[in-house]
Design a protein around this ligand. Sequence first.
Ligand code: EPS
Length: 388
Amino acid sequence: MTLRLTTAGESHGPGLTCILEGMPAGLTLDRDALNLELRRRQLGYGRGGRMKIEHDQVELTGGVRHGRTLGGPIAIQVVNRDYANWEERMNPWPVDEELPEVHLPRPGHADLVGTQKFGLTDVRDVLERASARETAARVAGGAAAKAFLRQLGATVHSHVIQIASVKAQRRDDLRPEDFRRVDESPVRCLDPTASEAMVDEIDRLRKANESLGGVFEVVAFGLVPGLGSHVSWESRLDGRLGQAILSIQAIKAVAIGDGIEVAGLPGSRAHDEIFYDSDRGYYRETNRAGGLEGGMTNGSPLVVRASMKPLPTLTKPLRSVDISTHEPADALRERTDSCTVPAAGVVGEAMVAFVVADAYRHKLGGDHIDDVRAALAAYEERLDWRRD
Ligand code: EPS
């Protein structure tokens, strides 16, 4: 059984759709829990005016009856409230009025190459789909994946560990309960001192017409050992996570655990020694591997870090070229966010939840959630695996 997530929709079009296919029947979906994930994605210091317009909410239009999945594709819709202001420009049907095209591609965005590849003359035909607004649909699907994982005793969290040059204090001892109040920080950072410095940095750079990137970390707890597989490149979980995380708009690098740091360490300090105790079973005292060995979960928390580049829409635009005249011109200047790393962390949670849920579907199969739970219990018993 494979889990598939597809999205459709443009940033200022009528709305976004997520189709999630491959979920078992009998899984309870809670409307408030799904909407909470969408609200979390809208958070974060450094967002622009658009987030004052949108109040993202899910609308289920397939695959669920009376709050329970039926086993068919689940269709989730999120309305774009801003469409009311774009009805002419983004109408799916022809409109009477002649509308001006956008001809000024932004460096770092899909704008130029998208128009070249698809044979388009209006940059808007590219940027509307390339926009990170699309991640609202992914988060809606990821929320359903999280509901599935909760049934299997797993949770997925995130926090921001760097914005521009400001870094949070490193934490290697995180537990699920440490994330309870992370959304109370305006930048979703667990280190209060760094959190304040990050806010100041956003203010300082925003005043200088800059945008800011950063790093977020996703941590998943309670994953059974053996998700993913060493036997083929496609089923290695690190590879699947890398693809999913790098597909998030503006993410340029991904690391599993200390994947970047260990390159510079001697082997004796790069791995996690194995211990056994009759109460705990196998365990490690460190987690440099970020919970993955040989492309499989090893029972330690799964740790994925992602680096985001500064957003390419700048209030003081970079140099570009007008694609209708080929004359030099400043890039498109649009309303934008100055920093979306806190929101990107929530999107990262959704993508990790999706990849891990897919790995559970492969491993355990099952048409009803009770089948999945029974298969997991049997597997855990065979492993003699105990949750911390
Ligand atoms: C985005 C530009 C901004 C963001 C948008 C992504 O939108 P607008 O052009 O309407 O001001 O707010 O993100 C969202 C709408 C969202 O929900 O995350 C872009 O160019 O990628």
